[in-house]
Design a protein around this ligand. Structure first.
Ligand code: SF4
Length: 305
């Protein structure tokens, strides 16, 4: 594979970053929230309403943790058995770090926890059906990447895995563990991957050769090959999205946009679509810290990110 040429937003080849004054930041999750439903963005990023983790989200976090640790092992040891052996210790670690996860199961519900761990192991079987980790040496895992676009907007997010071929070609890999209907989330997943592709292109001067979604439940691979022109357009989309967020914040006007994704939304009780009333707009949001973009990870309603 060969590296793509580097082209700036005007179509001019460049590798030199311009001096910038960062004024705001945006993660793919939050950008996708606004695209999905402006009110959902408000609830998550401005009101910062808590969302109790679901079993499905916890399973996704656990499987991501196991897959990350799996690549700490020597290549020959990355077997399904080794991955299975990592499940319980990684769950223990996650519960220690995030005690609210323990509340997903009633005290003494050993059978519930065991069933949960088995279901995570089942997703790992899906992983091994589509990839052989003994043949891979990822360049990065769970890496925070960022770039400045439009001279003032910092875009950043965590990618699950980045593979780099000997010729420098990049492959961005994202694990999808959610049980929600895939078609409901595929556009959002692709948006997220293009976001990473844009960051990598802007920071490394290489358009990723492949954006890969690994659907572990279905044991399926979905590959997408972006190109530079598409990423230029995508960059304009991201900047326009940010401007729309700024305008909505200034007007305190975030409208609900009902869709199939409402079924996975934690905030139906406060949503006018479901007869609810949003809380008063937070005063502090009128003068937000522009570099605070709430949580950059996770979450999609009902799906892992
Ligand atoms: S329930 Fe649906 S319309 Fe309401 S905030 Fe959530 S995603 Fe938006």
């Amino acid at each position: 594979m060969t590296a793509e040429p580097v082209i700036d937003t005007q179509g001019v080849p460049t590798t030199e970053p311009a001096p910038v004054t960062v004024r705001a930041s945006l993660s793919p999750s939050r950008a996708a929230d606004f695209k999905t439903c402006p009110l959902l963005y408000r609830f998550r990023s401005i009101d910062r309403l808590p969302e109790r983790p679901t079993v499905e989200q916890a399973r996704g976090t656990l499987v991501h943790a196991v897959l990350e640790r799996l690549f700490d092992l020597p290549a020959a040891a990355r077997t399904p058995e080794s991955a299975g052996d990592l499940v319980a210790p990684q769950w223990d670690r996650l519960v220690t770090e995030e005690p609210e996860l323990a509340a997903l199961f009633a005290d003494g519900d050993t059978a519930g926890v065991e069933g949960f761990l088995r279901s995570a192991a089942g997703l790992l079987e899906g992983y091994f059906a589509v990839e052989d980790p003994r043949r891979l040496e990822p360049a990065e895992r769970e890496a925070l990447i960022s770039a400045v676009v439009d001279d003032e907007l910092l875009i950043r997010g965590y990618l699950d895995r980045l593979d780099v071929a000997p010729d420098g070609a990049l492959r961005v890999v994202d694990y999808k563990t959610g049980g929600a209907p895939r078609e409901a989330f595929e556009a959002r997943a692709l948006f997220q991957l293009k976001f990473y592709a844009l960051v990598l292109w802007r920071t490394r001067g290489v358009v990723p050769r492949v954006l890969r979604l690994l659907y572990l439940k279905d044991a399926e691979v979905c590959d997408y090959a972006p190109d530079a022109e598409e990423l230029v357009r995508f960059e304009r989309t991201v900047v326009a999205l940010w401007r729309a967020i700024e305008q909505a914040t200034a007007r305190q006007d975030f409208r609900p946009r009902p869709s199939r994704l409402c079924d996975w939304c934690s905030h139906q009780a406060l949503c006018p679509t479901f007869g609810g009333t949003p809380p008063p707009f937070p005063v502090a949001a009128a003068a937000p810290d522009p570099l605070v973009d709430a949580r950059s990870r996770p979450a999609t309603p009902g799906a892992d990110e």
